[in-house]
Write a protein that binds this ligand. Structure first.
Ligand code: AMP
Length: 396
């Protein structure tokens, strides 16, 4: 998939609007706890600065309900941008109101303006044409660098693109990189290619599993979703997370894998707990011996060994979804062990965004992976084979 390239777009000396994804995690005191998303946008911002542009930045943050809510102000983001870029970053008091319009009009080349949280406007999530038009009227060129929100048809992501012709809009460097990585992964991966798929439910990853099946050589299942497959195979999984309505689908997927010659692996042992709690009584057991009423909350050591063995010869690894309830230390070990193995591997390693990116970062392995996506929902939709609404208008 080839996108309108920022480097082929004449932006020299122009006023540009860059849709970024500054939806960063913050603690209760408003401190940014992880600024990866801000740092990921710097390449595009620096390029526009080098091209003498006047730069207007827009982003959403959290889920304010379509009106101003100081809890969700972008002021901490403006401060972090200032620290990273070492130039002044103006912050508008609103999105398309008096303050934003005036500051945007008076913005000079080499200057940066950050609009307030786009979701302070009701129209943002409704893809309201009036809001799109108001945002578009501020700039001569539109750049989308917000991969994490490109699966949403929102006013600043999709609607706004209608106000710019192909010579005046482009994908930023981050968006380009994300689309390119997933494109190569899905269209021409170096083989053998293994997908490690975990997370809570089969339903959340069903479409991705179906789309991945004909493309991969091996699938390794972990997390809560494993139990629907195990139950479908006749195991008694106690109180583990199971989606009974998907038992038939689980069998279908395993049959399909067999037909396609894809090796399909399920956990052979688990860390079972009496209840879903960090202090629950727990023990290791094989998947055939989960005590009645207990639930599997992590993969066990035999599964870790098996998965390491299976991953030994692969050249490409895609990882989406934790192997257990990694938020609780007691059930994080399986995910941590797999993370270390993936990080040490010589294969190309691509980590989906969201929880998987979070867990890899928690244990400080983010630098060791080939690529970590900045978008959980967006990367999952790419794995499902969808064309993202924010990306479609930027295709050549
Ligand atoms: P997802 O959003 O589908 O990728 O799922 C991520 C969530 O799955 C994390 O919050 C994990 O705590 C949860 N999870 C992983 N393994 C299990 C399990 N065995 N039982 C229940 N939840 C799990």
């Amino acid at each position: 998939m080839e996108l309108l390239n920022l480097k082929e777009c004449d932006i020299n000396g122009k006023k540009v609007f860059i849709r970024c994804d500054f939806n960063v995690p913050m603690d209760d005191y408003g401190n940014i706890t992880d600024d990866r998303r801000i740092r990921s946008a710097l390449a595009t911002i620096h390029y526009c600065l080098d091209q003498q542009c006047a730069i207007i930045l827009g982003s959403h943050f959290g889920r304010p309900k379509g009106e101003r809510d100081d809890k969700y102000t972008l002021a901490p983001v403006a401060r972090r941008l200032h620290q990273l870029l070492k130039i002044d970053v103006k912050l508008a008091e609103d999105v398309v109101g008096e303050s934003a319009q005036t500051l945007a009009r008076e913005l000079e080349n080499g200057e940066i303006l950050l609009l307030e949280n786009l979701r302070f406007e009701k129209g943002e999530t409704k893809n309201d044409p009036q809001l799109s038009a108001a945002l578009a009227s501020m700039a001569e060129v539109y750049i989308n660098d917000a991969f994490g929100v490109s699966h949403r048809a929102h006013a600043s992501v999709e609607g706004i693109t209608r106000y710019f012709d192909n010579a005046h809009k482009a994908a930023g460097f981050l968006l380009q990189k994300e689309i390119q990585f997933f494109g190569v992964l899905l269209e021409r991966p170096v083989r053998p290619f293994a997908a490690i798929i975990g997370g809570s439910k089969v339903s959340g990853k069903l479409e991705a599993l179906i789309n991945l099946l004909p493309k991969v050589d091996k699938i390794l299942i972990g997390g809560g979703m494993a139990f629907t497959f195990l139950k479908a195979l006749g195991h008694d999984v106690g109180n583990s997370l199971v989606e009974d309505e998907l038992l038939g689908e689980a069998i279908h997927i395993m049959n399909e894998a067999k037909q396609l010659g894809v090796k399909f692996y399920l956990p052979v042992d688990v860390v079972a707990a009496e209840k879903f709690a960090p202090d629950a009584m727990s023990r290791l057991c094989s998947v055939q011996e989960i005590p009645s009423g207990w639930m599997g909350l992590d993969i066990g050591p035999a599964t870790v060994r098996l998965y390491r063995q299976v991953l030994n010869d692969v050249q490409t690894i895609l990882w989406n979804g934790p192997m257990g309830v990694y938020e609780m230390d007691r059930f994080a070990r399986g995910s941590n062990k797999i993370a270390h193995f993936v990080a040490d591997s010589y294969a190309t390693t691509v980590v989906g965004g969201g929880d998987t990116a979070d867990l890899v970062q928690r244990i400080g392995l983010d630098e060791e992976m080939t690529f970590i996506s900045t978008g959980g929902g967006a990367s999952l939709e790419l794995l499902e084979g969808k064309i993202l609404p924010g990306v479609k208008p930027l295709m050549k």
